[in-house]
Design a protein around this ligand. Structure first.
Ligand SMILES: NC(=O)C1=CN([C@@H]2O[C@H](COP(=O)(O)OP(=O)(O)OC[C@H]3O[C@@H](n4cnc5c(N)ncnc54)[C@H](O)[C@@H]3O)[C@@H](O)[C@H]2O)C=CC1
Ligand SMILES: O=C(CO)COP(=O)(O)O
Length: 320
């Protein structure tokens, strides 16, 4: 199958490498002037991996989109709306299958990424998400993992899983697009919280964060019409090791450096997601104490140690 991957950062480049390894013809696209693409064109390497010669590298969005049956997008979540607008101007977009390999929510509206995408491209394209745990550094060292594909059309979900399943990634069929998208985006917020705990020498609280974080997000998913159980699956709890504990996690690292007064400098999607959660908490009347605490620390200059300690002082309640 011809597959194009749009976005050649850390994850998009890995996805191109992986899809090629799974037996498909792959084009990897980056913007004109993209430093990431230039480095790959010059050396076929980046900080994480080496791309085989058969992967085509391209600056032409039109060619990348028209030549492929399946198009995978991996860019920062806050750029998706403007990028989808750009895609909607192209010919021959109808009937294509798009897969979003990204974890976020639109910061201002709280919308899920498939909602944002469909609003810009209409219903004439199929859209799915590919989420779950995994770091490039582990996959290129042949350490397998499990991930999940989700969409509103089970036939599309099955087609993608069958095309991309391998001994390196075992895919599951997602059954709850709302839960999978909210779960994937919000695990980054818990990752920032975990990094803050690490930075404050409170790492031993990460078990409690796992228990209460999943509970908080499962309440939100239920209120939004999803299945609260989804939060205990691959897109959220299943991604906690890779985010709350892994030294590779950008979100965890961002949180740790933030409380230590340092600037991380790379994309940590949870920063924007925490804004979206503020919006969703109000829209759906769901209390999100951990997410609120992270919002106050990041955007209201509240002291991190005191704000996280205050969570312990909340009124006593039933666990479930
Ligand atoms: N296990 C998983 O499923 C993983 C998922 N991710 C997700 O992948 C997404 C991308 O993350 P990274 O690759 O780490 O970020 P990155 O910053 O390394 O790469 C983002 C890429 O998007 C490009 N980009 C940004 N705005 C664009 C626009 N308007 N048009 C075209 N290209 C644009 C940038 O030039 C860059 O190459 C995130 O949503 C992240 O959460 C990342 C790592 C693992
Ligand atoms: O989604 C990921 C791991 O599954 C990557 O997490 P970070 O963006 O925090 O590195």
């Amino acid at each position: 199958m011809n597959v194009s991957v749009l976005g050649c950062g850390r994850w998009g480049t890995f996805i191109a490498w992986y899809v090629n390894k799974a037996g498909h013809d792959v084009t990897l696209w980056g913007r004109q002037g993209s430093k990431n693409l230039q480095v790959l064109m010059d050396s076929r390497k980046n900080d994480y991996l080496t791309l085989p010669d058969e992967i085509e590298l391209s600056h032409s969005l039109e060619n990348a989109v028209t030549s492929a049956e399946v198009i995978i997008i991996s860019i920062s979540a806050q750029q998706l709306r403007s990028f989808a607008k750009q895609l909607s101007q192209l010919n021959e977009i109808e009937g294509k299958t798009f897969i979003l390999c990204m974890k976020g929510l639109e910061a201002d509206s709280g919308k899920r990424l498939t909602q944002v995408f469909s609003e810009e491209l209409g219903k004439s394209t199929n859209v799915a998400v590919w989420v779950g745990p995994g770091h490039v550094q582990d996959f290129v060292n042949h350490i397998p993992n499990c991930m999940v594909i989700s969409s509103e059309n089970i036939e599309i979900t099955k087609k993608i899983v069958q095309a991309f399943n391998s001994d390196l990634i075992r895919f599951y069929y997602g059954q709850d697009l709302i839960g999978n998208e909210i779960g994937a985006a919000t695990k980054n917020v818990m990752g920032i919280a975990a990094g803050m705990l690490d930075g404050l020498n409170y790492s031993s609280l990460k078990g409690s964060l796992m228990a209460r974080g999943t509970r908080e997000i499962s309440r939100l998913v239920r209120a939004m019409g999803g299945n609260d159980l989804t939060i205990y699956g691959l897109s959220h709890l299943g991604d906690y090791e890779a985010t709350l504990f892994s030294l590779h996690s950008h979100n965890r690292k961002f949180g740790q450096m933030f409380v230590q007064g340092e600037d991380f400098g790379k994309l940590a999607e949870g920063v924007s997601t925490v804004k979206a959660l503020k919006e969703l908490s109000a829209q759906y009347h769901v209390e999100l104490p951990i997410s609120d605490a992270i919002y106050e620390i990041l955007f209201e200059n509240k002291d991190a140690k005191k704000t996280l300690e205050d969570l312990i002082l909340r009124p006593v309640k039933f666990e479930f």
